[in-house]
Structure formats: structure tokens, C-alpha cells
Design a protein around this ligand. Structure first.
Ligand code: HEM
Length: 405
């Protein structure tokens, strides 16, 4: 089991927080985070990254908490924190009226619990020596729940179709309500997950599945790698593209989006056994620097038309980057904020977490991948969920209050 970055003793929270933030602000994958995340948590961080310290003690200033309240949920807009835990719950499904009450109680309780972690918390386990725990969260509702309760949800919200090659475990998939917690360390995740689960049970919900994930320690300004060794998260939409493809249209969903989650087991050993040149052809990018095979730098645009003198495409027809690129899809882009997971020997891989206005975007791409992605011999989709990620709760309001209007 690899040491997770947030547990490394040489990685104190203040340093890792600044590093991640700077990385996210610099990477093109976080153009969106720079535009939106700056609004939710970066102001106080400016002081920290400038190296300012407590004048009397010389100690670094305490970590600024990440506000829970805001137009969009912080788990979408804040630069990715290095550890995650996803939790899914089911409501009792006795009657629509009872489930409405349960959902309302759950969202009220979670607003209280999650907002409290951004301030002085009465739970001693969340008291740290260097400020409030750094935590973000996002809450989403499953398509079946939205239908059962006739909720005001995005038009395209629906479960995904079955794809060729899927090996989905229903016990790890779906759910009425989904909570994603992200934090600087597993301690915070464990404590807040427990508090959220207790609140959910009190509202009548039952835990369905939970899944932990992590990111590697990554140099400031760099994109994190996945367990195949490739930089993952390079080609994400900027704010303008996100307005069109990630956030809902003007109206009740403009600060909302849809999460598509896939737990994808990877045969990392078999992939690692390929010569690096072969690996690069599978992906269409170079493992070393993340640059497309047609470019020299990570953020160069892949040239899908470039050919070798013998007429073969430089980025092969089955390369992952060709099949997932927006060119094949009318410019459509999704915001990927994936994590790696390791659940024991032979069960590690990618927690694919992508946000989009309409889950049909995922379906179109996954249909192409399932048919001919060169990655297919190395990956197996083992769980799946879709969730309508609610708009944020501005100060003084409760998550999902628009649902009852
Ligand atoms: C274990 C499975 C997967 C791995 C290891 C993987 C890895 C990667 C890597 C390394 C890149 C290139 C760097 C980047 O832009 O982030 C990439 C790009 C991308 N992937 Fe995946 N991916 C996986 C599954 C998927 C799935 C299931 C989808 C959606 C159905 C997807 C959609 C995308 C998209 C949209 C891009 C950006 C393409 C572009 O705009 O150039 N990936 N992926």
C-alpha cells in the first residue's frame, strides 16, 4: 500500500496546501478553479503564499478554512485537495411524501454539519494546531430519487445506459444521495464522514457504499499523475467552455452540474510492462511530460490530423486522447477531477469523477471508448453513479432550498 501524500510526515498541511493551490492555479486543468475557486478560498491564501508569518512567534499563519457557503459547492470549484471519500445513501422509499421529508431533514442536517467544519468546531477531533481542517464537500441527488420525488432537476438527468465491457457491482453503484468529501488528510475525512453518516441515519437514510481515493504528491504548478503514470486532468475546460458544457443553463441550475462517477479498475502491472513508446501511443500523449504526441509541451493542443510520412496518424486512431477529444463531439467538454484508489492487491485504479451539464456527454464519449479505446485491455469499469450536484448554499441558506419552492 503506497504512503498517501497527506500522511507523509515531511508534508505539513501549510506547505501542501500552498503547493496544491499554486499547482491548481497554474495548471490549465484548473483555469476553471482559478476563476471560480479564487472566489471561495484563495483570498486568505495569498498572504500565506507570500510567506507572511506571525510577527511574534515566526510561525506560519494558520490555514484559512474553506468556506462551505457560496453560489457553487466548494467541492466543485476549489482546487482539488489530496484525499477524497465518496459516500452514497438511500432514502427509505416508503412513500414520496416521507422521502421528501427525509431529504429535507438530511440536507438541513448536512448544511449544519459541513458548514460547521469551516469554523471553530465543537468536535475536538477536528481541532488542529494550525487552523480549521481543510475540507470541501459536494452533495448530489441520484436520478431515480429526482424522478420519484418529481424534483426540479436538470432536463438530461438520467442513469447511464449499460456499456460493452461494464462489470458493475450494484452494491458499489447508484444511490439516492451522494456526498463527496475532499480534504488535506484522511483524518478529517474519517471524522466528517462519521458526522455526516450519523446525520443521514437520523434523517432516515441508510449508507449504501463508500469509496476512498487519493492524489500523488505533486510539484507546484504540475498536473497530478494517475496510477498508469500519466498526467491526468490536463485538458479541462476554461471558464467560458464550462459555462456552456459544465454548469446548467440560466435558471435554477446555473450553479449546478451533473457528476458522472465511474470506479475503473486498472491492470497497472500489465500497462507498466509495455515499453514507454507503446504506452504513449495508447494514450496519444507522452508519459514523461504529458505533451500530446504532436506537440512539445503539456498544454499544446493535440493535432489530430498530423500524419507520419507513411500516412499513419501521429496520434493513432485508437488513442485515448483522440477518442475523448472535443473535436469528435461538437466541442463538448467535461470537467474531470479524478482520484486514484487502492483497495488491495489487484484492485486499484481510477475514480473517474467528471462534471457536465448533461450526462449524455459522458455516454457519447464512453460509447466511443468502449468500442475501440487502446486502453480497454487495461481497464474495467466496476461501479457507476450519476448525481445532480445541487447549487451551492449562499450564506444563511440551506442546500437544496430551491427544491421545495
Ligand atoms: C482508467 C481509465 C482512464 C484513464 C487512465 C484516463 C486517462 C486520461 C489521460 C492520461 C488523459 C490525457 C491528459 C488529460 O487531458 O487529462 C485523458 C484525457 C481525457 N479523458 Fe481519460 N482516462 C480514463 C477514462 C476516461 C473515461 C471513462 C472518459 C469519459 C468517458 C475519459 C474522458 C477523457 C477526456 C474528456 C479527456 C480529455 C480529452 C481532451 O480534451 O484532449 N477518460 N484521460
Amino acid at each position: 500500500m503506497p504512503t498517501e501524500p497527506e500522511n507523509a510526515p515531511s508534508n505539513p498541511p501549510a506547505r501542501s496546501g500552498v503547493g496544491l493551490r499554486r499547482r491548481a492555479l497554474l495548471s490549465a486543468g484548473a483555469v476553471l478553479a482559478a476563476g471560480v475557486g479564487a472566489a471561495v478560498g484563495e483570498v486568505a491564501d495569498g498572504d500565506r503564499s507570500s510567506g507572511r508569518s506571525d510577527a511574534t512567534t515566526g510561525a506560519p499563519p494558520p490555514e484559512a478554512p474553506i468556506p462551505f457557503h457560496g453560489a457553487r459547492q466548494a467541492g466543485l470549484t476549489h482546487p482539488q485537495l489530496p484525499a477524497t471519500k465518496l459516500l452514497a445513501f438511500d432514502l427509505p422509499q416508503a412513500s414520496a411524501a416521507a422521502d421528501r421529508e427525509a431529504l429535507r431533514a438530511l440536507l438541513t442536517a448536512w448544511t449544519g454539519t459541513l458548514a460547521a467544519t469551516a469554523g471553530p468546531t465543537p468536535d475536538p477531533r477536528l481541532r488542529t494546531d494550525d487552523g480549521a481542517p481543510r475540507l470541501t464537500s459536494l452533495v448530489g441527488l441520484g436520478p431515480a430519487l429526482a424522478t420519484r420525488l418529481a424534483l426540479v432537476a436538470p432536463a438530461g438527468l438520467a442513469d447511464l445506459p449499460a456499456f460493452p465491457g461494464d462489470r458493475l457491482d450494484p452494491a458499489r453503484s447508484g444511490g439516492d444521495v451522494l456526498l463527496q468529501l475532499c480534504a488535506a488528510d484522511h483524518w478529517t475525512l474519517a471524522v466528517v464522514a462519521e458526522l455526516a453518516t450519523t446525520a443521514a441515519r437520523s434523517a432516515g437514510a441508510t449508507p449504501r457504499w463508500a469509496q476512498s481515493g487519493f492524489l500523488p504528491r505533486t510539484a507546484p504548478g504540475a498536473t497530478p499523475r494517475n496510477l498508469l503514470g500519466f498526467k491526468d486532468g490536463t485538458a479541462n475546460p476554461d471558464e467560458e467552455a464550462a459555462r456552456q458544457w459544465v454548469w446548467g443553463p440560466t435558471g435554477p441550475h446555473e450553479n449546478a452540474t451533473v457528476l458522472v462517477y465511474r470506479r475503473i479498475r486498472m491492470d497497472t502491472a500489465a500497462f507498466a510492462a509495455l515499453p514507454e513508446e507503446r504506452q504513449n501511443l495508447v494514450m496519444g500523449r507522452r508519459a514523461g511530460d504529458g505533451a500530446p504526441l504532436t506537440g512539445t509541451a503539456e498544454h499544446d493542443e493535440p493535432d489530430l490530423y498530423a500524419k507520419h510520412p507513411d500516412g499513419a496518424y501521429v496520434i493513432p486512431a485508437t488513442a485515448h486522447v483522440r477518442l475523448t477529444g472535443p473535436r469528435l463531439d461538437g466541442g463538448a467538454r467535461m470537467l474531470r477531477r479524478g482520484y486514484s484508489y487502492d483497495d488491495g492487491p489487484g484492485d486499484g485504479g481510477l475514480l473517474f469523477c467528471a462534471f457536465m451539464r448533461d450526462p449524455a456527454q459522458f455516454t457519447r464519449v464512453q460509447n466511443r471508448l468502449a468500442e475501440r479505446d487502446a486502453l480497454n485491455p487495461f481497464v474495467e469499469h466496476t461501479a457507476s453513479a450519476v448525481a445532480y450536484v445541487l447549487p451551492g448554499a449562499p450564506e444563511g441558506t440551506t442546500l437544496g432550498s430551491h427544491l421545495w419552492a
